[in-house]
Design a protein. Structure first.
Length: 93
């Protein structure tokens, strides 16, 4: 296993840095603009999280189509009762 078990470490470090990034943004703006700066920072962080999770989801789902066997696709004509009885000839009406 070796180094593979520590692949999650950069993500954990990033979560600790997120709080410091909010403080860095807040220190760059004067008090009247503090709410706007914090809201903008949170908004763009949420947009980045949504895009990031969409990219990771597509990367994980893409090889799934090649890994599924052709028999894993459900045929809408199959009756569940016929499958329970184990009669392949009675699957389609």
């Amino acid at each position: 296993m070796g180094i593979d078990k520590y692949k999650w470490l950069p993500l954990a470090a990033l979560s600790f840095v997120a709080g410091a990034l909010v403080l860095i943004v807040q220190k760059q703006f004067p008090n009247p603009q503090l709410g706007m700066a914090t809201a903008s920072s949170n908004y763009f962080r949420q947009i980045g999280a949504a895009l990031g999770s969409a990219v990771v989801g597509s990367l994980l789902a893409t090889p799934l189509a090649t890994l599924l066997t052709p028999g894993a696709v459900v045929d809408p004509g199959i009756r569940p009762a016929a499958l329970r009885q184990g009669n392949p000839a009675a699957q389609h009406p």
